[in-house]
Design a protein around this ligand. Sequence first.
Ligand SMILES: N[C@@H](CCC(=O)N[C@@H](CS)C(=O)NCC(=O)O)C(=O)O
Length: 222
Amino acid sequence: MSLTLYYHPLASFCWKVLIALYENGTAFTPRLIDLGDPADQALMTGVWPVAKMPALIDQGRGETVAETSIIIDYLDQHHPGPRRMIPADPDAARQVRLWDRFFDLYVHDPMQRIVVSHLFMPAEAQPAIAAASRATLDTAYKTAEAHLQGRDWAAGEFGMADCAAMPALFYAGILHPFEGFPALTGYAERLFERPSCARVLAEAKPYFDMFPFVERMPDRFR
Ligand SMILES: N[C@@H](CCC(=O)N[C@@H](CS)C(=O)NCC(=O)O)C(=O)O
């Protein structure tokens, strides 16, 4: 087996795949990508024209795989470990996929929009983007709070939906705290303490100063 992950240790979507790899102890070669470097930008554009990280290169099978949910699905299929990230049962799998989409689309994406607009958009454009993103996060937090009642993980056993949830909730909770949502807060804490997730957080630590809202990050992570 020869797997290479194109990634950056600070990049939240890369965490999602790292968590799946660490959960199963899957061997891979990490290849740090600096999208500010034109050569790495060209490398990623060659992999996937939208140039988003991470990407998985499977030298053994001659496959290049993009998009986090697809990468985790691919790992489950072609490089399975003791813990399936997507259950074999189709109904259970659909629930995992639903909550994976939920955390990517309604927590991770609005969180990213706040960060990206802060970094790259004119100051006058930022408040409207932040307001729309916070409204989406409010709806998502309410939805998650109701869904997580009596659950340890997002959909059955720990799986892909939880891999999606951890990075999304880590950064979203800094930008738009979960006050008044005890089940969501408890779930986020369970995620942060899980060894695969704690390892990702520890590996990101040397890079946290690059996060534009680092001063809002709880000291215990810095
Ligand atoms: N839908 C994609 C999102 C990936 C994504 O947004 N990656 C970010 C890093 S967290 C990225 O590559 N950003 C660079 C850019 O947009 O230029 C996935 O699930 O893989």
